[in-house]
Ligand binder design. Sequence first.
Ligand SMILES: [Zn+2]
Length: 210
Amino acid sequence: MMCCVVGWTEEELNHFWNCVDKSGDCWIHKGAPSSSGYSQCFSSAKGVQNSHRVAYEFFFGQIPKGYLVRHACNNKRCVRPDHLKRGTHANNMQDVSDAQSHPKRKLTQEQAREIRQSSDSQRTLADRFGVDQAAIGNIKSGRTYRELGEPNDRSATVINFGRKNTPKEVIEQIRGASGTYKEIAAKHGVSFSFVGRIKRGEVCKAAKTD
Ligand SMILES: [Zn+2]
C-alpha cells in the first residue's frame, strides 16, 4: 500500500509523516501553510510542495497531469488518505461553494412550512431540501421560521394527512367510530391525540380546507 513518492527520499518521507498530527479526525500536516492555506513540505529534489499532494502520491501513486487533489473534509491542511480525492478544478470550486453555502442555505417560507407539516423523517427531509438535520429540527420546533407561527405537530399531522388521503371521509369515519381512542387510532393509522382532536371537533376546519 505504502510506496515511494517520485522525487522524495525515504528519509524525507519519514520526516514528512513525523510532521503529521493524527490526534484528530483530520491528519494535520504541520508544515507552514501556503498563501492559499495548504500545508507545505519540502524535498531536496522537488522543492516546496503542497503536503496533501505528497500524501496522496504516497498512498495512491502519481497524480495524472491536469488533476488536483481535493479535500473531502474541506480542511486544506489535512493529509489523511481517506479524506483526499482526485478531481478537477471544477470539482474543487464546487466543494468550496458547497462548504460555504450549505450551513447558510436559506429555505423559503413555503419549504419551511412543508417541512413542518411533513411526517417524513428528519433525515429524509434533510436530504430532500439539502440542509442538515439540525436545520430540520429547528424548523420543526419553531426555533427558526418563527414567522410561520407556533409549531403544532398535531395540526401539522392533520394537514399532511388530509392531503394524502380523503380527509373528510376519514375524519367522518373516525368521528363516528366507536371504541377507545387507541383502537380507533390504530385502525385508521393516525395518532391517538389526532383521534381526540377529531372527537372534540377540533380538526374539521383543517380537513375542509383541502
Ligand atoms: Zn481531513
